[in-house]
Design a protein around this ligand. Structure first.
Ligand SMILES: C[S@@+](CC[C@H](N)C(=O)[O-])C[C@H]1O[C@@H](n2cnc3c(N)ncnc32)[C@H](O)[C@@H]1O
Length: 243
């Protein structure tokens, strides 16, 4: 059985069949990413590896016991403690990812995706990538035929995000670029092609002229800022660039 399982493609965040909705309706395999749930405030992402164990205050859990069980299963340690093995959805990933920056959480992510009207097939430009929290949900929204191009000027941060997208199985939907978007704007090759642009930058008003150039005629822009002064400056520039 395990020989057969080894030869199959491991499951990450999205179903590999392009016409299917995201589905975790299959059994856990060696190499899968799972979210180990202890309690609502204690979860972690673990890649299943047949010879490995997970050790926590509830005991020692053998990964080999997890293989072949459905996502959502309750699994037991040698001393009778238990955890749940959940599917790695973007909602859960946002709660377990390593915070390299401030991130967007589910409430804001939902709002952004709805108001930007992001649907399968969209081409989305984003900056900065940060910890990739929003990017992960953008990827699910544009799948299976769209694409997210995300830019950050911090090389290491961009590389870590790329590693995460590889781990979550989203790398075919996301391209990461290292670029100073406030200084240089988005690459010219996207001019007039973007369905949506999302900005989470310290001085977003500097990037708005470029964002306007990138958008399709009926494209949508969202700029996310924590301070009202940033919002005011962005609105001033928006008024001169958008209808
Ligand atoms: C708050 S974080 C973005 C968090 C992201 N929205 C998330 O949900 O994980 C802001 C990011 O913008 C990046 N950044 C700041 N100035 C930039 C610039 N001029 N060009 C590109 N990225 C920039 C920072 O390196 C940082 O990673």
């Amino acid at each position: 059985m395990s020989g057969v399982l080894k030869n199959l493609k491991t499951f990450k965040m999205l179903a590999s069949h392009p016409e299917k909705r995201i589905s975790f309706n299959r059994l856990i395999r060696n190499g899968d990413l799972v979210i180990v749930y202890e309690r609502h405030d204690n979860m972690k992402a673990v890649t299943v590896s047949e010879g490995s164990v997970l050790q926590n205050r509830f005991g020692v859990f053998k990964h080999s016991d997890w293989i072949g069980k459905p996502f959502g299963s309750k699994v037991f340690s040698s001393k009778g403690g238990f955890v749940y093995l959940l599917a790695p959805t973007p909602e859960l990933w946002t709660l377990v990812l390593s915070h390299r920056t401030q991130i967007l959480y589910i409430a804001d992510i939902s709002f952004v995706i709805m108001y930007l009207e992001i649907v399968p097939g969209c081409l989305v430009l984003e900056s900065g990538t940060g910890s990739g929290s929003l990017t992960t949900s953008l990827a699910r929204a544009v799948a299976p035929t769209g694409h997210v191009y995300t830019f950050d000027f911090h090389e290491q941060r961009s590389a870590s995000a790329r590693d995460d997208f590889e781990r979550t199985g989203l790398s075919n939907l996301i391209s990461c670029g290292v670029r100073d978007i406030q200084g240089e704007g988005f690459p010219d090759e996207f001019t007039g092609l973007a369905d949506s642009v999302f900005l989470d930058l310290p001085q977003p008003w500097l990037a708005i002229p470029s964002a306007a150039k990138m958008l399709k005629q009926d494209g949508t822009l969202c700029s996310f800022s924590p301070c009202i002064e940033q919002v005011q400056r962005s609105c001033d520039v928006l008024q001169s660039r958008f209808t």
